[in-house]
Structure formats: C-alpha cells, structure tokens
Design a protein around this ligand. Structure first.
Ligand code: ACO
Length: 158
C-alpha cells in the first residue's frame, strides 16, 4: 500500500476552463458518448500529486437523498496503491457533508476487484440492472473474453 501520509495530494473539483480528463474516464467507461451523457449533470473531481492529475471521479445527483459515483478511475501507473480508496472516501465525505443520506456506485457483475474494493469501503449490493451493458452501449463489450451484461448497483448509507 502506498505511504499516503508521506506524499502530498490534492482532491479538487474540475475548473470550468479545464479539459475533461477523458483519458482517465475512459478507463472506467467504454465510450465517450456514454460518459458525455452523465457529464451534462455531474461534478468531476480530480486527484493531483505534484500538479499531475492521476485520478478522477464523477458524482451525480440521483434524487434529494442520494448521489451516485458514475465514474472512478486511477491512472494505470498508480492503480493498486490506495488512490481509489482515497477517492471513495472523499466522495463519501463530500456527499455526507452536503446532507445526502446514501451514495451509489455501479459496476459490471464480472468486475470482481472493483466489487471487492467497493464492499471494503462500505458499499453493499443493492440492485441488479439486468442487461445494462447490452441496452446502453451500441456494441457488445467484452472483458477477458466475457461479455458484460448486468450491472450491480451498490449502496452506502451515510
Ligand atoms: N489494480 C489493483 N487493485 C485493484 C484494481 C486494479 N485495477 N481494481 C480494483 N482493485 C482492488 C484490489 O483488489 C485492491 O484490494 P486490496 O487492497 O484488498 O488488495 C484494491 O482494489 C486496491 O484499492 P486501491 O489501490 O485503492 O484501488 P485503485 O487505486 O487501483 O483504484 C480503481 C481502484 C478505481 C478501480 C482503479 O483500479 C481503476 O481505475 N481501474 C480501471 C477503471 C475502473 O475499473 N474503474 C471502475 C469502474 S466502475 C465505475 O466507474 C463506477
């Protein structure tokens, strides 16, 4: 695990004049079109180390009590070092401070590592969105030769 206390980092909202970090967002979602759909009404946060943006998450209002993390991504060179955990904790604190009661996050039912991480951070399986990846993308998506079909939605009470 990365020695977090030894290194300075900053998490901040994307500035209006800044470029959208598609190179990171596309690590977590298949197409720019799919990303653009939720970016129209969502906040983007960036994690910086020494002025280098290495991770991001996108959070959207679902209803008056609930927010959803629509995208979370860490630069491949920095994955597995604790940054995703830090982003999930930041999203949790941000949603709680704003008075929301719960936070959602969804991923493919085949995304074992992601599901494990989210559960470790207090998210619980809540709903299965049947055929989400078939219905919402123009072409079949395969990961490790397995076609993505259902999305698992997880919820964390704040
Ligand atoms: N590499 C290493 N560990 C991973 C990975 C990965 N690609 N994905 C999940 N994990 C798990 C590990 O099992 C590990 O568990 P452990 O601590 O018990 O060993 C833990 O998560 C690692 O936690 P972090 O280091 O905090 O995670 P990381 O900084 O790698 O961030 C993330 C996790 C965001 C999934 C990152 O790996 C990534 O960007 N992956 C590619 C994009 C992606 O899949 N995004 C999520 C899609 S769902 C959505 O966006 C709503």
């Amino acid at each position: 695990m990365y020695p977090m206390t030894a290194k300075k980092y900053l998490i901040r909202a994307l500035l209006p004049e800044e470029e959208i970090p598609y190179h990171l967002l596309l690590l977590a979602d298949e197409t720019k079109e799919a990303i653009d759909k939720y970016l129209t009404a969502a906040d983007i946060y960036l994690l910086e180390i020494n002025h280098r943006i290495i991770a991001t998450y996108v959070i959207q209002i679902v209803n008056v009590t609930e927010l959803e993390i629509k995208n979370i991504a860490v630069d491949t060179d920095f994955q597995g070092q604790g940054w995703g955990t830090i982003l999930l904790q930041h999203a949790t604190a941000t949603a709680k401070a704003a008075g929301y009661k719960s936070l959602l996050i969804g991923t493919a039912d085949t995304a074992t590592q992601q599901l494990k991480l989210y559960q470790k951070e207090g998210f619980e399986r809540y709903k299965v969105l049947k055929d989400f990846f078939i219905d919402n993308y123009p072409m079949p998506i395969y990961e490790n030769d397995v076609q993505l079909k259902d999305m698992i939605l997880l919820k964390k009470m704040l």
